[in-house]
Design a protein around this ligand. Structure first.
Ligand code: MN
Ligand code: MN
Length: 475
């Protein structure tokens, strides 16, 4: 066999991996960077699930989507683009297809909640002449990430008279911020050095500094706590008991930034999973009259196991699909709903872990995703032998692979770490329970669940193009 023949055989039978930036021509590269400018704005405006839901609804309304709840009493043959927002924290968008919904929809499901520190229900106290606030972390965090960094507060408070107060403090450069203190290295030795990392950082020590001006003279007991509560009362009209019916989240106060001399990457809090929320949002907003109904789901509560009425384990999708059958003038009985669900195809839109140059040992290099190599298909997630994963079928992975290849989408595959190293899950299995085909599909990122997650602009753009191709697929 000569060299030319060998080269030809290699080219034909070996699997290729493509760096997205090798494939994009200059104009497309510019487009990908432009796309990410708006993505960074979205991240900055969407630091909580409620804020993200608000941004999604605003963008949908601007493109002519109509609140489906306003259509529930009458059928409308002309309205094709609808949305539903539930509890202000979970959203669904749909474009009715030419075919009946009973033949199934193309669904992309992401989540808009991210790990953070929630204020406790009785948060405010004082110690050493400072006002402080107790937190309870939400989702999987490395606790030391949250020490000695500026934090902003976002929240919704329901007062005793049922009035709703929304607060955002720390996002405007003029705003004050909050912080959790850390131990100085000089004194950390005996206290921390010989302990296990899980023992060094305690959840109960993630307390926010909230003030140091007292109210009243030094004879007054509790005057630093009182100082904090008095300001909250003056500025927002709230009293201590109002924290009981409040959701206040401390999140990194920093804005999304470009990373690298070449600005090819993005660093930001909350990219898991608002990167998939944003790219699927743009994909559905740019989809025109699809054959199959296109649905984008934006769930809450994924980071704590998709529990709760706004999470993927709830009946939100069934309720939305029932409404879609109704406004589309289709049969709305239980059988029709079940068929609509089981005939649907779904991309579970979530991030995977890109191989980290400093922690290669937790990955199996042949099957790990890499930054810059396109949208990542993750056939299965789970822990210890795929446990807890819905494991997509060969047929469905095959179908998505064909759609991506047909549309020049640069894709790769990934696993979440080495076998027996650890693992995790997504919303995939909660959609697969309806019998629909589901595949995890999204960009791979570095520093997942940290306050400064890293994505590649090329991957973000490719994810958008991949999702758009999926919605436009007509088979
Ligand atoms: Mn996620
Ligand atoms: Mn996550």
């Amino acid at each position: 066999m000569n060299k030319t023949q060998l080269k030809k055989i290699k080219k034909t039978i070996l699997k290729k991996e493509t760096l997205v930036f090798d494939q994009l021509v200059k104009k497309q590269k510019e487009e990908s960077f432009k796309f990410c400018e708006n993505y960074k704005d979205f991240l900055n405006q969407s630091k909580t699930e409620r804020k993200a839901a608000g941004q999604i609804v605003q963008a949908a309304e601007a493109e002519g989507f109509v609140d489906i709840n306003t259509l529930a009493t009458k059928k409308s043959k002309t309205i094709k683009k609808v949305y539903k927002v539930f509890q202000g924290r979970c959203v669904a968008l749909a474009i009715l297809g030419k075919h009946g919904l009973v033949t199934g929809a193309n669904i992309i499901a992401s989540h808009i909640d991210s790990p953070r520190l929630d204020l406790k229900q009785n948060p405010v106290y004082e110690d050493l002449s400072m006002g402080l606030m107790k937190t309870h972390y939400y989702g999987g965090i490395r606790k030391y990430h949250w020490l000695a960094v500026p934090l902003a507060l976002h929240g919704t408070i329901i007062k005793a008279n049922n009035e709703t107060i929304d607060i955002t403090i720390g996002e405007d450069p003029e705003d004050p911020v909050f912080t959790v203190t850390d131990l100085l290295p000089h004194l950390a030795g005996k206290t921390q050095a010989d302990k296990k990392i899980s023992d060094v950082f305690e959840g109960e020590k993630l307390n926010l500094i909230a003030g140091s001006l007292p109210l009243g003279s030094d004879e007054e007991k509790g005057r630093f706590k009182l100082g904090v509560l008095n300001l909250l009362n003056k500025n927002y009209g709230i009293v201590e008991e109002d924290f009981v019916s409040a959701e206040i989240e401390a999140v990194p106060a920093e804005k999304a930034r470009d990373i690298g001399f070449d600005r090819s990457m993005i660093g930001s809090y909350g990219q898991d999973d608002r990167v998939c929320a944003y790219t699927s949002l743009k994909a559905i907003l740019n989809t025109r009259s699809p054959d199959r109904t296109a649905i984008a789901l934006f769930f809450d509560k994924e980071e704590i196991g998709s529990e709760g009425s706004s999470g993927a384990k709830s009946n939100f999708l069934e309720d939305f699909m029932s409404d879609l059958l109704f406004i589309g003038g289709e049969n709305t009985d239980n059988r029709a709903l079940r068929k609509a669900l089981i005939n649907s195809s779904c991309l579970s839109a979530d991030v995977n872990a890109a191989m980290d140059p400093d922690f290669k040992e937790v990955h199996e290099a042949m099957n790990a995703a890499k930054l810059g190599f396109g949208i990542c298909m993750t056939k299965f997630t789970g822990v210890g032998g795929k446990s807890g994963s819905s494991d997509a079928s060969a047929e469905f992975v095959g179908k998505i692979r064909q759609i991506f290849n047909k549309n020049n989408i640069v894709w790769q595959t990934g696993e979440l770490g080495k076998i027996d190293q650890g693992g995790g899950g997504t919303v995939a299995k909660f959609l697969a329970k309806f019998g629909m085909n589901v595949l995890d599909c999204g960009p791979a990122i570095l520093s997942m669940h940290s306050p400064f997650e890293v994505s590649s602009k090329a991957d973000v753009y490719m994810t958008y193009l991949g999702y758009k191709a999926f919605y436009s697929d007509n088979d």
